[in-house]
Design a protein around this ligand. Structure first.
Ligand code: ADP
Length: 490
């Protein structure tokens, strides 16, 4: 099955600024390629600071009217956008798979997942309450009102080309902010298609602006937003070093930041776990998007009493995973995003084996399938001195670490600067309570591998960042609180 879009014009190749499709002011473009084959899909605008500024100008012009709409008017527009995303689920799913490589079922699933944030925040738009503060002095009324923070710059990664940008744009627009966005250079097409649908849904010109840039050009383009005092917030999902860079570089204008950064998720299997459930949970959590998500378990700690059994059950299942391009409907694992990603995975596996680890399944590249494929891999006898313990592998590799007791497992799990997702399997209620409290992470999965939901707060602690996406808390990142004190009422 070829990845063909029914509605061809969803493949856009220009920036979307002020409701118009514009080439980069320099006229430059860069190629977007299919990671399954390395073939060029199309070219998009390679934007610079002038294009970034034009996007901010448009967002500034659009802000007063958008902010002043009734919340239910903004909600109606967001609901139409959600409906259009779902109406184009097959095409958007194919586009995601085409530029990102994930299996088609996952591409379509991502459309539903991303759209669910749009529907959620459409409803939340009408529930932005403030407070009337209990009276402190006669003749004075004190209120706290929530206001949109202003222009938001959204910078997103390639692993969920639709969901990552939708779950930033939706709360921003719901809150009454306007947006300038730059998707990842590997996967700019889905974001542009979303802009087209937002326009068709009735999002007014200038409220949502999307520019694309190669990695080199992204630095000065985004740099323009970092320096521009009109941009009041940066919302970023990506690597920790880039998150720190954005925090540093935006300090001059003291922007509010939401940073969803890297993880190094532990997954703990205790002796008292339901092993079949733990294997199923690990497969679901680890192999989504070929292991390329920031909540993928990176370190799997298994208690010694069940280590051998768990390793055997897991290796059998991992050996059966079907690796194929997204165009094959039976594909479960697609190509990695690019050769850099593949090199990192291979480096981690080689480093582990050179430190005494054993490969129970996979462990190698699959060049016969295409340039960017790596076999789903299980590694036993992993230890803390291996690269795959301290760095996020971001690929289909499961390293199994052995532990003896609960305290040792919790200590090892927390022994990382990161704190995004964590998982553990146990059937002991007291242990479940203890370990949930002890894990230093923004998200804890207990006997569950699939955690993402638009109704839940997603985000990290420590160097995994701050801010939350989704849930009733997700809007706070796009709002500021104004205290109004009215006197002379006595
Ligand atoms: P990844 O390793 O997943 O590519 P990055 O943090 O490098 O994650 O990139 C995430 C997003 O941040 C992408 O949209 C990328 O273009 C952008 N980006 C990376 N470096 C910079 C930078 N120095 N300035 C602005 N944007 C950047």
């Amino acid at each position: 099955m070829a990845l063909v879009l029914e509605r061809k014009e969803l493949i856009c190749s220009k920036n979307f600024i002020d409701g118009q499709w514009l080439a980069a002011s320099s006229g430059e473009r860069f190629a977007v390629t299919d990671p399954a084959t390395g073939e060029r899909i199309t070219e998009v605008a390679d934007s610079g600071p002038d294009d970034a500024r034009a996007a901010t100008d448009a967002a500034a012009r659009a802000l007063p009217a958008w902010r002043d709409l009734l919340p239910k008017e903004r909600a109606a527009i967001l609901h139409r956008w959600n409906a259009l995303m779902l109406a184009h689920q097959d095409d958007l799913g194919a586009l995601i798979s085409l530029e990102q490589g994930k299996p088609l079922a996952e591409g379509r699933g991502e459309v539903a997942y991303g759209a669910s944030y749009v529907a959620w925040f459409a409803d939340e738009a009408t529930r932005i309450y403030g407070d009337i503060i209990p009276q402190q002095q006669r003749g004075k009324r004190m209120t706290a009102v929530k206001e949109p923070i202003g222009i938001v710059a959204a910078i997103t990664p390639w692993n969920f080309p639709l969901a990552m940008i939708a779950r930033k744009i939706a709360p921003a627009l719901a809150a009454g902010c306007t947006v300038v966005a730059k998707p990842a250079e590997d996967t700019p097409l889905t974001a542009l298609a979303l802009a087209l649908l937002a326009h068709e849904a009735g999002v007014p010109a200038g409220v949502l602006n999307v520019i694309t840039a190669s990695r080199e050009k992204a630095v000065p383009a985004v740099g323009n937003w970092l320096e521009d005092a009109r941009v009041r917030k940066i919302t970023f999902t990506g690597s920790t070093p880039v998150g720190k860079y954005l925090a540093r570089e935006s300090a001059n204008t003291l922007k509010k930041l939401s940073l969803e950064l890297g993880g190094n998720a532990p997954f703990i299997v205790f002796d008292d776990a339901d092993l079949d459930a733990a294997v199923a949970g690990l497969l679901a959590a680890k192999f989504r998007n070929g292991g390329q998500t920031c909540v993928c378990p990176n370190r799997v700690y298994v208690q010694s009493g069940v280590y051998a059994k768990f390793a055997e059950l897991l290796s059998q299942r991992v050996g059966q995973l079907k690796v194929a391009p997204a165009s094959d409907p039976s594909a479960q694992i697609g190509p990695m995003i690019n050769s850099r990603a593949l090199d990192k995975i291979a480096r981690h596996v080689d480093d582990a084996t050179s430190h005494g680890a054993r490969i129970l399944a996979g462990g190698k590249r699959l060049p016969e399938l295409g340039p960017n494929y790596f076999a789903p891999t299980v590694i036993s006898d992993a230890t803390a001195d291996m690269l795959l313990c301290s760095e996020e592998t971001f690929g289909p590799v499961v390293p199994l670490f052995r532990f003896e007791d609960e305290a040792e497992a919790v200590k090892a799990a927390n022994d990382t600067p990161f704190g995004l997702a964590s998982y553990f399997y146990s059937q002991d209620v007291k242990r479940i309570d203890r370990v949930s409290r002890a894990l230093e992470a923004g998200i804890v999965g207990v006997n569950e591998g699939a955690l993402a939901s638009e109704a839940a707060p997603f985000g990290g602690v420590k160097e995994s960042g701050y801010g939350r996406e989704g849930s009733k808390y997700g809007l706070d990142d796009y709002l500021s609180i104004k205290y109004v004190c009215q006197g002379g009422l006595d």
